[in-house]
Design a protein around this ligand. Structure first.
Ligand code: ATP
Length: 235
C-alpha cells in the first residue's frame, strides 16, 4: 500500500483579482516521496506552491498537512509544522555572505554551528565559499544556497519551484542529485518544473498540470511517455 499523503491539496481554487487560475487542484504527496509536477508556462504551478505554502489564500478547497487541515494557515505556522519552500528566483540575500544566509534559518532555536554542521557535508562547495557574498556566486551556487537554507530548518516537506530556472543542464543535474540525496534522508518533496527530463529522473511520482488543473498523475515512466500528447500538445 502507498504511504499516506503528508501534504494534500483538495479541490484548490485560486485567483488573482477575481481571475481564477487554479480550477480545483487535487494532489496528494505521499510521505517520503518526491512528486514532480510538470507543466507549461502559466499552467499555475507557482500559484499552487504559493497556496501550499500559505503565501496565497485559496478561493476554494483545502490543504492538509500531516493529517491536519491547514487551509488559511500563515507561512510561519506551516514552517513550524515542517513545511519549507524554495521560491522561484531563489530568494537568497545577495549582500550577505553564504554563512549569514544560512544563519537566517536559525530562528527555530538551532545554533549557527548546528546549521553549518547540518548543511556543509551536503554542500561542500558552500563551505569553501562561506565568506563570499551570496550575490557574487554563480546561479547554480545560489540555488544550492537556497536549498541549503531550506535544509537547515530540518523540514518534513520541501516545496521547490523551478529548480532549473536559468541554469545550465549540467548544473541542473547536480542540483537534482542533491534533491535525491535530501529525499534519501526522508524529506518529502513537491517540486514543479517546466522542463521534464531531469526532474523525472529523481521523482517517485509525477503529475502534469495544464490550464490550472492536474491532468495526469502516474509513475515518471508513465508521465514521460504521455508527455507528448498531454503536455506538449503533440499527436
Ligand atoms: P511559469 O512556469 O511560467 O512560472 P506557472 O505554471 O508557474 O508558470 P503561474 O505563475 O502560477 O504559472 O501563473 C498562472 C497564471 O496566473 C498565469 O496566467 C499568470 O499570468 C497568472 N498570474 C500569476 N501571478 C499573478 C499575479 N501576481 N497577478 C495576476 N496574475 C498572475
Amino acid at each position: 500500500a502507498a504511504a499516506p499523503p503528508l501534504l494534500e491539496l483538495r479541490g484548490i481554487k485560486a485567483a488573482y483579482e477575481q481571475v481564477e487560475v487554479l480550477h480545483g487542484v487535487d494532489l496528494a504527496v505521499p510521505a517520503g516521496s518526491v512528486l514532480a509536477v510538470l507543466g507549461p508556462n502559466g499552467a499555475g504551478k507557482t500559484t499552487m506552491l504559493k497556496v501550499a505554502s500559505g503565501l496565497h489564500a485559496p478561493s476554494g478547497g483545502d490543504i492538509w498537512l500531516a493529517g491536519r487541515c491547514v487551509t488559511g494557515a500563515a507561512p510561519v505556522d506551516l514552517a513550524r509544522l515542517g513545511l519549507c519552500s524554495i521560491p522561484e528566483g531563489r530568494g537568497v540575500f545577495p549582500n550577505l555572505t553564504v554563512s549569514e544566509n544560512l544563519w537566517m534559518a536559525s530562528y527555530r532555536g538551532v545554533s549557527r554551528s548546528e546549521i553549518e554542521e547540518r548543511v556543509f557535508p551536503i554542500f561542500p562547495r558552500l563551505k569553501e565559499r562561506r565568506r563570499q557574498a551570496a550575490g557574487t556566486m554563480s546561479g547554480g551556487e545560489q540555488q544550492m544556497l537556497a536549498m541549503a537554507r531550506a535544509i537547515a530548518t530540518d523540514p518534513a516537506v520541501l516545496l521547490i519551484d523551478e529548480l532549473s530556472m536559468g541554469l545550465a543542464p549540467l548544473v541542473v543535474e547536480q542540483l537534482f542529485e542533491i534533491v535525491a540525496r535530501i529525499a534519501g534522508t526522508g524529506v518529502t518533496v513537491l517540486l514543479v518544473e517546466q522542463f521534464a527530463q531531469t526532474a523525472l529522473g529523481v521523482a517517485d511520482l509525477a503529475a502534469v498540470m495544464t490550464g490550472g488543473r492536474i491532468t495526469a498523475v502516474g509513475t515518471p515512466q508513465q508521465i514521460a511517455s504521455g508527455l507528448h500528447s498531454a503536455y506538449l500538445g503533440g499527436g
